[in-house]
Design a protein around this ligand. Structure first.
Ligand SMILES: O=C(O)CCC(=O)C(=O)O
Ligand SMILES: [Fe+2]
Length: 219
């Protein structure tokens, strides 16, 4: 990727998202940027989903959850104690509009999107530090960016935590954290390592959208 110079004359790598301004207008919602780290780019966004959309995603996923599987071998692992499920691509009309919004927000064509993933953490459950991109296997059409959307307010704990940056994002219904790892500098990509901190009271629901470098969907 090309590099640009910012005002302080330090060389900064180009990012997928142009994160200037305090809000992003999508076709059907105004999303507010309420927090930001520059490099690696991490954005905290408010108003990504409506309360009704959050409730509907949870309701649709609830009876389809299973213990989360990790990586290629699909073995149950202590790295993730939460449960998860994937929707079908564009399963219904309102899901389609959420997918279209996330693609617009993430500045990547919808064809590059993985199906939306839902995670559910009960009290005591967590997701230990990990990278979202693959370090073996499908590295050609690898993941390049993540949007974690919070579907409920968590009573206690459950932050999305970036250990290398010592940065924690508190879940808030309808808000999201965005990060990307498509840098030339592998160190910047590695800094996006993150965890789902243990939920210490209540429960936590999130929807994760991952984007691929190339087309991933058949339509
Ligand atoms: O639950 C979280 O806060 C993080 C989820 C996550 O890391 C993922 O879905 O890849
Ligand atoms: Fe992750």
């Amino acid at each position: 990727m090309q590099t640009t110079e910012d005002a302080t004359m330090t060389i900064k790598e180009q990012t997928i998202m142009q994160a200037s301004g305090n809000r992003i207008m999508t076709r059907d919602r105004e999303v507010q940027i309420v927090g930001k780290i520059d490099e690696p780019l991490i954005l905290i966004m408010d108003n990504v989903l409506s309360g009704d959309e959050c409730d509907a995603l949870i309701a649709l996923a609830a009876n389809r959850m299973q213990r989360a599987k990790i990586g290629k071998s699909h073995t149950v692992s202590d790295v993730r104690t939460n449960s998860s499920m994937f929707f079908e691509e564009s399963e219904n009309e309102w899901l389609q509009s959420i997918e279209a919004r996330t693609a617009e927000l993430m500045h990547v064509p919808i064809a590059h999107a993985e199906p939306l993933q839902i995670l559910h953490y009960k009290a005591g459950q967590q997701y230990q530090p990990h990278l979202d991109y693959f370090t073996s296997g499908d590295v050609v059409n690898n993941r390049i960016s993540t949007l974690v959307m919070y579907l409920n307010d968590v009573e206690e704990g459950g932050e999305t935590y970036f250990p290398s940056l010592r940065f924690a994002v508190t879940p808030k219904k309808g808000s999201a954290v965005y990060f990307e790892y498509f840098y030339n500098d592998p160190h910047l990509n590695e800094l996006t390592q993150h965890a789902g901190n243990p939920v210490t009271a209540g429960e936590k629901w999130v929807a994760t959208q991952w984007m691929r470098r190339q087309r991933h969907r058949s339509f």
